[in-house]
Design a protein around this ligand. Structure first.
Ligand code: ADP
Length: 542
């Protein structure tokens, strides 16, 4: 027998409808590219998204067309997403930090036919547009008065373009499994791979994110998505915030410590989300300039491992709760978040930090397991590490055009490429990317643990650990360090600082000081480049 309940397709347009009806006055505040702070609300965002959908239809955009965005987080970018999905097209977020050739490659792969672009990124488009023949129109996210000079053809200012349509439009309806968005992984090895989100997966992902042990956003929250919409589906916040009726504070192009601090305080932000690098800049700003974070309650930190020292500073100095989270572009992107189960509720001090430093546990909607190379499930003992695999309704089942699909296993599990262990209470901790792990004498050393420890030293700004060839042990760890401005630290100091906090045989064999560590387009340490840089390095122990 079938259930007799209504079929209510999970379409993204329903989110903005809900927000406009029930939280219509909730603010969307942005630092505009033109300069001033811009204020609007969900009712207005919905109205303009309807116009945008209608205007796209006038452009001939139909179900399934890919529409690119190359833009910072602002109210206009949000309107673009809702307008695009509302006409049945697919938002394709392009990461401006990729190399221009990579941008051209992914835009060709996606066959984008129209692009919404911020003025700051016009030079990128000028360089690549001739190489993207599918691209027929360029809409610059500003008004005619601010439109920069450009050599590009088919360029129109957003405001005037949008004004050519009215909001008399009904959201298109289609099957909930229809594609809604596209995001390419950064492709540090090989070409980027396209992940294609559906309406259903976006809605379910936001409902997953809304659970009490996950983001739990409410209409009392004022959320600042610092994580850009072009990184890993914007961590789902473009849907989760309006779904929960939370106000959105969009930082635009300015993500330095001072600018973020200014918005956090002036806009009474209660919750935010971004990679550790952003928070490092904020905390460094606060260290220098002073300041308090009176309304800021919690911060989701993920994308790469959140250093223990950062969790401690937020918690002890600013009374902000860090929710360490792990996820991937392929997972829409949330996988696990670190909130305290009753088993850990009474912890404090270092024991609490031990738990807070893990990537946490999955909300309902994500299954996870850790296996050895033969796909045998490993025990959840907090020690045994193996390959981390996941399943769920917002986890990719295939890449666009099937390229790179070997990570999707026959039994339905997605091999994340991360190495992790899980403790008896289900708290997962990433120890490495499978390809970065160091194998010393047949045993694994976690580079993330070593990096985490090294950045806890007060004179260290950033640290990376890579394996370097060793005649006896195959590989041994080399610690690469960037010192904080105006500070100096010696190899001996650093090693003494690490001594006793890790197993003896994990201790780095050497420390190399550099001016900077290379990063990927999503702000992660680019270990491949580091390994090339230190390919001929001879360890003193070799
Ligand atoms: P990209 O691959 O495009 O850089 P993703 O966000 O998809 O961007 O990267 C996902 C990867 O980032 C994960 O597989 C994992 O290796 C790493 N990662 C994400 N969050 C964390 C975290 N909290 N701790 C450690 N690694 C993380």
């Amino acid at each position: 027998m079938q259930g007799l309940m209504q079929h209510w397709p999970l379409l993204c347009s329903k989110v903005i409808d809900h927000a406009a009806i029930h939280h219509g006055k909730r603010e969307v505040v942005s630092r505009s590219l033109e300069g001033p702070i811009h204020r609007t609300n969900y009712a207005e965002i919905r109205r303009r998204s309807l116009k945008l959908a209608k205007r796209l239809e006038q452009e001939g955009v139909v179900l399934g067309d890919r529409i690119a965005t190359l833009a910072w987080n602002t109210w206009r970018h949000l309107e673009c997403w809702y307008g695009i999905v509302g006409v049945g097209a697919i938002y394709h977020t392009v990461n401006p930090r990729l190399f221009p050739e990579q941008i051209a490659w992914i835009m060709n792969d996606a066959e984008d036919r129209l692009i919404f672009v911020d003025m700051t990124f016009l030079p990128i488009l000028e360089a690549i547009a001739p190489k993207v023949p599918s691209l027929k129109k360029i809409v610059v996210l500003t008004d005619a008065a601010h439109l920069p000079e450009t050599t590009l053809a088919n360029v129109v200012p957003y405001e005037e373009w949008l004004a050519e349509a009215d909001e008399d439009f009904a959201w298109k309806e289609f099957d909930e499994t229809t594609a809604a968005g596209m995001c390419y992984t950064s492709g540090t090895t090989g070409n980027p791979k396209g992940v294609v989100y559906s309406h259903r997966s976006n809605i379910l992902h936001s409902m997953i994110a809304q659970q009490g042990d996950a983001m739990a956003l409410s209409s009392r929250d004022r959320v600042m998505p610092v994580v850009p919409l072009f990184h890993a589906n914007g961590w789902g916040l473009a849907f989760t915030c309006p779904m929960g009726g939370a106000a959105m504070i969009m930082p635009g192009a300015k993500m330095d410590g001072a600018s973020i601090y200014e918005l956090l305080v002036a806009e009474r932000v209660t919750m935010s989300a971004a990679v550790p690098t952003i928070w490092l800049m904020l905390l460094q700003h606060l260290e220098k300039a002073g300041g308090e974070l009176p309304d800021f309650e919690r911060v989701v930190i993920g994308g790469s491992a959140c250093p223990r020292a950062m969790i401690r500073t937020f918690q002890d100095d600013y009374d902000v709760r860090v929710i360490h989270a792990w996820g991937m572009t392929e997972m829409s992107p949330l996988g696990t978040l670190c909130s305290l189960k009753p088993e850990y509720a009474s912890l404090d001090g270092e024991a609490l930090l031990d738990v807070a430093q893990t990537q946490g546990h999955p909300p309902f909607g994500i299954e996870m397991k850790v296996t050895d190379d033969e796909n045998r499930a490993q025990p959840w003992d907090g020690r045994t590490f193996g390959r981390l695999k996941v399943k769920g309704p917002a986890v990719a089942g295939s890449y666009y055009k099937g390229i790179g699909n070997e990570v999707f296993e026959d039994d339905g599990w997605f091999d994340t490429g991360d190495v992790a262990h899980v403790d008896p209470n289900g708290y997962m901790q990433i120890t490495d990317r499978a390809k970065d792990v160091i194998k010393s004498g047949g045993e694994w050393i976690s580079t993330i643990d070593l990096e985490n420890l090294a950045v806890g030293h007060p004179d260290v700004a950033e640290a990376a650990v890579i394996g370097v060839a060793h005649p006896k042990w195959d590989e041994r760890p080399l610690l690469v360090v960037v010192q904080k401005e105006g500070r100096t630290v010696t190899k001996e100091d650093l090693l003494a600082f690490m001594e006793g906090k890790i197993a003896r045989w994990w201790m780095p064999d050497d420390v190399a000081f550099v001016d900077q560590i290379p990063h990927t387009a999503t702000g992660k340490i680019q270990k491949t480049t580091l390994r090339t840089q230190f390919a001929d390095y001879r360890l003193p122990t070799a």
